[in-house]
Design a protein around this ligand. Structure first.
Ligand code: OMP
Length: 224
């Protein structure tokens, strides 16, 4: 298996994002372009990053009525992303239509409970119980909707993997030992996530904000 680390390019400047990608190429398996990047640089920015030659994970967290989400999926076909995210909270019909509209080579994965939420913050959104149970419920719905997998934290990935053997599991909220969690609440190390069944490890600031991003990427690679 190749390097499972996808670098989250949550960097405002396009030239800085391209330079960072070039620097760590060979020590990450792909790059994740999220809302900050896409809102600032759109299709043009994705094309610029694609020239670096790493697989692209387009993390747009689509969440709308089925027709609108399917239209958005069709509009990003040309960018040939390897992975795209939608929110599981959009429901079964939305996920089914998103998958049907995605290209053949594009994995569609559902965001379950954001890694920035703990149980208390989740309960305040009106969802009772634990983040763990909600992730398992939404994973079941994503599988029934024909998606490839889900996004969850390293706290849940083992249980989800036990329930959905062939699922594709994206795990963010990763911090190599001792690194500041920041806004993340449900955090594990990259190695723990991998050992518990993660398919993709999403890592942003521990690499992008490191004094030496290449050294940070290499160090993480060495722990896997
Ligand atoms: O869908 C995601 O990638 C995602 C889901 C989630 O629950 N939590 C989460 O942090 N992410 C993304 O993963 C990345 C984590 O970045 P760092 O906290 O800097 O490593 C960010 O780009 C987030 O948008």
């Amino acid at each position: 298996m190749g390097n499972p680390v996808y670098l989250a390019l949550d960097v405002p400047q396009l030239d800085a994002a391209v330079a960072l990608c070039r620097k760590v190429k060979g020590h990450v398996g792909g790059v994740k372009l999220g809302l900050e990047f896409f809102c600032a640089h759109g299709h043009h920015g994705v094309h610029e990053i694609a020239h670096v030659g790493l697989p692209i994970f387009l993390d747009l967290k689509l969440h709308d009525i089925p027709n609108t989400v399917a239209g958005a999926m069709q509009a990003i076909h040309v960018l040939e992303p390897a992975i795209v995210t939608v929110h599981a909270g959009g429901g079964r019909a939305m996920m089914e239509d998103a998958k049907a509209a995605a290209g053949e080579n594009c994995k569609v994965v559902a965001v379950t409970v954001l890694t920035s939420l703990d149980d208390t913050a989740l309960n305040r959104t009106g969802v009772p119980g634990s983040a763990h149970d909600q992730v398992l419920r939404l994973a079941e719905l994503a599988e029934a909707s024909g998606l490839d997998g889900i996004v969850c934290s390293g706290h849940e990935v083992k249980a989800v993997h036990d329930q959905w053997k062939k699922g594709f599991f994206v795990v963010p909220g990763l911090r190599p030992g001792g690194k500041a969690a920041g806004d993340q609440k449900r955090v594990v190390t990259p190695r723990e996530a991998r050992d518990h069944g993660a398919s993709v490890l999403v890592i942003g600031r521990p690499i992008s904000r490191a004094e030496d991003p290449l050294a940070a990427a290499r160090e993480i690679e060495g722990t896997l």
